[in-house]
Design a protein around this ligand. Structure first.
Ligand code: NAD
Length: 265
């Protein structure tokens, strides 16, 4: 999809990857709606003609508010980019609050958006749904079961959308970066501060948000499903499929290194 003149909504647009996506789509000539649970004024600064919406996409009502506000501003939505996410560390013993918040923002937000976008898209015979999952959604996140599980679910939902509605004009992409230099990685809600931050730093190159936005824009233009801004993620995924025992052994080794680094910190 060429984005010039298209109506694009980006969630989690106040900072990080979402703000970079909004900048990239604005530069491509799109009519951009920036949405976040907090103010988006700073991210929208310097992007004339954009619309700002404050909405908590971790609730169905927040998604409805966002979609209605976007449609009131620019008419039907051409591309909805469900990018907002939370990254808590955690394991099976973590609180229900951590697990519920992870599912709400990383997974349910995507299906609530789809629920309210699909009727219009199917009637028009076109629409584009893009979500930000993570490399953790095809591999794993050392140090966080809630993040691994919910990002896998986000990838699964995007795949299901593509399979189910692809023949009816709905295109789907799924952005799966490894480390990106954002608040989530630097400090975050637990991932960046703890073992997750160490593993990302050990596991690969940390990209800038603008690099990730560039990769996402190129993939949307080419209408490709998986967006791997770190190309090695595709190699790890192949290894996981071909030699799962070797992949798991490698991940356990990384887990030990992360634990040692965390102990020494
Ligand atoms: N930074 C990384 O290393 C990395 C790697 C892979 C995937 N991701 C994913 O990229 C996406 C963007 O993260 P980021 O790295 O830019 O982090 P970030 O913390 O800088 O930005 C996340 C944004 O999402 C918003 N948000 C969170 N919950 C929300 C809610 N309920 N409603 C509306 N907005 C909400 C936050 O306010 C924030 O502006 C997330 O889905 C994250 O999981 C990040």
């Amino acid at each position: 999809m060429q984005l010039n003149g298209k109506h694009v909504v980006v969630t989690g647009a106040a900072r990080g990857i979402g703000a970079a996506l909004a900048r990239r789509f604005h530069a491509a000539g799109a009519k951009v709606v920036l949405a976040d649970r907090d103010g988006v004024a700073e991210a929208a600064d310097g992007l004339p003609g954009t619309v700002e919406v404050i909405a908590d996409v971790g609730t169905e009502a927040g998604n409805v508010t966002l979609i209605e506000a976007a449609e009131a501003a620019f008419g039907p939505i051409d591309l909805f980019f469900a990018n907002a996410g939370v990254g808590f560390g955690g394991d099976p013993m973590s609180s229900d609050e951590v697990w519920d918040a992870s599912f709400a923002v990383n997974v349910h937000a995507h299906r609530w958006a789809a629920k309210h976008l699909l009727p219009g898209w199917l009637a028009r015979g076109e629409g584009y749904f893009c979500s930000t999952a993570s490399a953790a959604g095809v591999l794993a996140q050392i140090g966080s079961a809630p993040y691994s599980v919910t990002k896998h679910a986000a990838v699964a939902f995007a795949e299901w959308m593509s399979i189910t509605y692809g023949d009816q004009g709905v295109r789907v992409s799924c952005l799966c970066p490894q480390g990106v230099n954002t608040h989530m990685l630097r400090a975050g809600d637990g991932l960046g501060a703890g073992a997750g931050g160490n593993v990302v730093r050990m596991a690969g190159i940390v990209l800038e948000p603008d690099d990730v936005a560039e990769a996402a824009h190129a993939a949307i233009e080419a209408e490709e499903f998986f967006v791997f801004p770190h190309p090695e993620v595709a190699d790890y995924l192949r290894l996981k499929g071909d030699q799962p025992e070797r992949w798991l052994a490698g991940m356990r080794k990384l887990q030990r290194r992360v634990a040692e680094a965390s102990d020494g910190a």
